[in-house]
Design a protein around this ligand. Structure first.
Ligand code: KIV
Ligand code: ZN
Length: 498
């Protein structure tokens, strides 16, 4: 029988560290439940000591999720472990993930310590965590740049101290696949008691090798992989769950199984992308818009004769349904509700009505409504309860005229209006808005992105606004570029500290 590969999803911890991608507790629960139905084995739900929000999310996810193990991250510090154990109180299956840097540069510069003292701290942390839970994972931060002999000593010591899983992170994404694989092999061959624990991979994508390194780790004996949906994560991201799940499914020669229901991959990818406002690059393996699009004549001809000529995965295997009903202005609530359900968003009642009204407005402007549009509408509708709302926006711009904008805002049930000029329509609209909101604000980053193609397309706007030395991230989406920009700016304002 083939071996089992455990999938440890860290979308809600390492993935959520991406600036601007923070989720609230309700959204995190939605993602956690989707991960449960996708079949992941472990959900790393957060780093409880880092903030009350993270603590609360770990606690609420623990209540909401039944099958996967819920994991909480800590440093090798008693207080962190106390708080993590408290946050995990309601989890049916729980794990504490504790650890410390083991590379020479971490030991010297982060801890001003030495190798022996680091082993002592690692062992003490694992023993302390075992007082609370039976399942303790240890991470050797920057293991990718830690010399193998010393790493083997650390791993042996923490397994003796009671670690059930040992994580070997390539924290900086530096290793070559052959090097990372050799590291895992070295540990498998040189650590006494290695079979008393599971060895885990945790690879970052700084040099674009996260997936290759993870697979190399698996081939050499790792039996848990730490991954995120769409490969999101710090800097260039983490190993992507969907890539690993499909590699082991396609490559029978690796001879390993996961519990992933691959037909839920697409909807999970879209849900995470939409909730985190983090677009999926079109050529992203498995879940990108072009991942299954054959555009060259030679390829199309081959695929029409026999799909196997150019296709190694049937898109249906990852939940992409080519025959999905295209929604138009004539589609009813039931069709919209069904499509949202397929995309992992379950709505009813007033919320469904509100999304449906937005859907009809968009369908008037755009012939066919696709999955990205629908998810955007669902996201926009949940932002409605905000304090500051745009009542109207009128902009005049063009060739030979000075752009001018007037705007009406509702702030805590009071109506305000202002008008301004600018060097373009967006500048004019933001200047008008700034006349009403008098705090000192600086636009730090502004990106506009069309979703599909066509001049009737929806556009997404991401913004960073600085106010009182804090950076706030905002998002807007509309068929009107100026309206989307103002919406993104207002989204930032709604997040300002009161
Ligand atoms: O990349 C890393 O080393 C980590 C650890 C905290 C597990 O995320
Ligand atoms: Zn990481």
């Amino acid at each position: 029988m083939s071996d089992r590969l455990y999938i440890f999803d860290t979308t809600l911890r390492d993935g959520e560290q991406v600036p601007g991608c923070q989720l609230n507790t309700v959204e995190k629960i939605q993602v956690a439940k989707q991960l449960e139905s996708l079949g992941v084995d472990v959900i790393e739900a957060g780093f409880p000591i880092s903030s009350p929000g993270d603590f609360n999310s770990v606690r609420e996810i623990s209540k909401a999720v039944t099958w996967p193990t819920i994991c909480a991250l800590t440093r090798a510090v008693q207080k962190d472990i106390d708080v993590a154990a408290d946050a995990l109180m309601y989890a049916k299956n729980k794990r504490i993930h504790t650890g410390i840097g083991t590379s020479d540069s971490h030991i010297k510069y982060k801890f001003n310590s030495n190798r022996e003292e680091i082993i002592e701290r690692a062992v003490a942390a694992v023993k302390y965590a075992r007082r609370y839970v039976e399942d303790v994972e240890f991470y050797a931060e920057d293991a990718g740049r830690t010399d193998n002999e010393y790493l083997a000593r650390v791993v042996e010591a923490v397994i003796k101290a009671g670690a059930t899983v040992v994580n070997i992170p390539d924290t900086t994404g530096y290793c070559l696949p052959s090097e990372y694989g050799a590291k895992i092999k070295y540990l498998m061959e040189h650590v006494d008691g290695i079979h008393n624990a599971i060895i885990s991979t945790h690879c970052h994508n700084d040099l674009g090798m996260a997936t290759a390194n993870t697979i190399s780790g698996v081939i050499n004996g790792a039996r848990q992989v730490e991954v995120t949906i769409n490969g999101i994560g710090e800097r260039a991201g983490n190993t992507s769950l969907e890539e690993i799940a499909m590699i082991v499914k396609c490559h029978h020669d690796i001879d390993i199984n996961t519990n992933i229901n691959t037909q839920k991959i697409y909807s999970t990818s879209r849900m995470v992308s939409s909730l985190m406002n983090m677009p999926v690059q079109p050529n992203k393996a498995i879940v990108g818009r072009n991942a299954f699009a054959h555009s060259s004549g030679i390829h199309q001809d081959g695929v029409l004769k026999n799909v196997q000529t150019y296709e190694i995965i049937d898109p249906k295997e990852v939940g992409i349904d080519d025959n999905a009903i295209v929604l138009t202005a004539r589609s009813g609530r039931a069709a919209l509700k069904h499509r949202l359900h397929v995309l992992g968003v379950d709505v009813d009642g007033e919320k469904l009505d509100s999304i449906y009204q937005d859907f009809l407005k968009l369908a008037d402007k755009k012939k066919e409504i696709n999955d990205d549009d629908i998810l955007l509408l669902a996201g926009v509708s949940s932002a409605r309860e905000n304090n500051v709302k745009v009542e109207f926006l009128q902009v005049t711009s063009g060739v030979g005229v000075k752009p001018v904008a007037s705007i009406g805002l509702m702030i805590a049930n009071e109506h305000f209006e202002a008008a301004a000029t600018g060097n373009g329509p967006v500048d004019a609209a933001i200047n008008a808005l700034k006349k009403i909101i008098s705090r000192h604000m600086t636009l730090k980053e502004f990106t506009i992105q069309a979703i599909n193609k066509g001049s009737d397309d929806m556009c997404k706007v991401h913004m960073q606004v600085e106010c009182e030395e804090q950076i706030y991230y905002g998002f807007g989406a509309s068929t009107d570029i100026v309206a989307a920009s103002v919406e993104a700016y207002v989204d930032c304002i709604n997040k300002f500290r009161k």
